[in-house]
Design a protein around this ligand. Sequence first.
Ligand SMILES: *[C@@H]1O[C@H](CO)[C@@H](O)[C@H](O)[C@H]1NC(C)=O
Ligand SMILES: *[C@@H]1O[C@H](CO)[C@@H](O)[C@H](O)[C@H]1NC(C)=O
Ligand SMILES: [Zn+2]
Length: 267
Amino acid sequence: MKFIPVALFAAAVSASCGRIPQKRTADGTGHVFHFSYSGDHGPLNWHHIVADSDTCAHGRHQSPIDLNPKSVTFSRRGDVRIDIPTAESAKLENLGAGLEVVLTNGTLTTPDNTYQLVQFHWHTPSEHRINQEHFPLEAHFVFQDAENHLAVVGFLAQLSESGHSTCLFDNVFKQIDAVRHPGDYAYIGPLDFSEIARHLDRNPPVQYNGSLTTPPCSEGVRWYVSSQPLPLSVKSYNAVKRLLKFNARYIQNTLGSENLLDLASHD
Ligand SMILES: *[C@@H]1O[C@H](CO)[C@@H](O)[C@H](O)[C@H]1NC(C)=O
Ligand SMILES: *[C@@H]1O[C@H](CO)[C@@H](O)[C@H](O)[C@H]1NC(C)=O
Ligand SMILES: [Zn+2]
């Protein structure tokens, strides 16, 4: 299968994303990340500022990567499925360098395993690239199996020229003002996942074994990145970018090759 340009997914997208109550204040304050994406707390230094994250600097199967059709494997249609029931209420958290929804109702089924949802979150711009092209946004749905093995389903998003968007993202980003400050959290809902589940089914993901893209950068993470971007409205993109600013780790070396930080430290 080839990566084909974004074009024909608009038919399934309705003009309205349903009614969602507007929330204006946070329900409370929680934790924030201690790492960031620039300066001495940025990704070049994560192994110094976050405990037990040596893998960030020395691992050889680190994420994100450039998804080149020559180096990744496509799943067969129907082999990788997510099933996440509509969530009446879920916790939206501003983590400082991240925006996350905590939700555990949901499963990922792959040919050899079943995983339970842990949370999902966003990066601006995208972390993965496709043939070196980056995208304005990437969502990561993090799943875990009974032995704590991790699998992440990634969705890239592309600004749509037609005004179409992805309702799940619109409905979350409409609530972003409730969690304006790092540490803020608020309960939001309902959230409907049927549109993105269909998208994954129609656009089978590429798969590879990589790592977490945040410290401790643990490896052994099964990645499934949808081969087609979701549509995103300019309004939603601007709202989430205003909050997230820039939270994408740089592209890592080819899978199996020396970590770029090790490589850079040679004389
Ligand atoms: C998760 O599933 C349980 C059992 O079906 C249900 O009671 C609960 O409301 C669900 N949680 C959310 C956030 O929808
Ligand atoms: C990922 O690693 C597992 C376990 O070693 C292996 O079975 C699987 O084929 C790998 N997947 C890819 C896409 O390389
Ligand atoms: Zn992520």
